[in-house]
Ligand binder design. Sequence first.
Ligand code: 13P
Length: 255
Amino acid sequence: MRKLIIAGNWKMFKTILEAIDLANGLKRNLFDVTTIDIVICPAFTSLAEVYEVISGSNLQLGAQDMHWEEQGAFTGGVSGLMVKDAGADFVILGHSERRIYFGETSQSVNKKIKAALKFNLTPIVCVGENLSQREENRTFEVIKQQLEECLDAIEKEEARKLVIAYEPVWAIGTGKTALPKQAQEVHKYIRSLLVKFYDEDLAGNLRIQYGGSVKPENIFQLISEEDIDGALVGGASLDAELFTSIVRNSLKVGK
Ligand code: 13P
């Protein structure tokens, strides 16, 4: 049995006060939900303050990126040690926006995964094809290469601590959600790769989230699919009521 995991990626939104407000709203709305892991990922500047709000509650904290070094002369960098210190237990790594706008590669993601695990952070490792790759029928090839490179030299005992997020780039912030069957097809493929890289046991237990225009209206159908174990939500996670509805509608699936 894989416990569902719904995460909110707040991206570069919310001042500290706004973040505190949103965290308070979610804490109030979702206090009774124990069967789903709920993770919120504010910007670095709000991590510690949001931690103060949700500490002791059923909500968990994640960062949106980190550097692979523990400390050093890396102006603008924030390390795994630092995000852990701020209260995070999760970290999103390899998000397509980091890949597109900040030169993130699967090789740097690989280094970050290893560093995150060292600090007891659960990496949420993002993979996904862009529109032209999908149109050229290269989706599986792209996902395979990303996963192979991201997971390079990561042993099974370490890999079992990961969460994978499948986020087709063409579905992010566009309002175009992958059809549940389209997403399921890729999730199933990712699981088959995990069997190949590791084994059935690990593949059967690792959680694979879907991300890309997830809303209260489409979450039920998405996570009704066998291999979809939750969601990584962008835009709709910025609104307490919408994110609450996403979590509540997920409960109805009864996974
Ligand atoms: P949207 O939900 O806004 O499409 O963003 C998805 C995403 O990038 C989550 O990480």
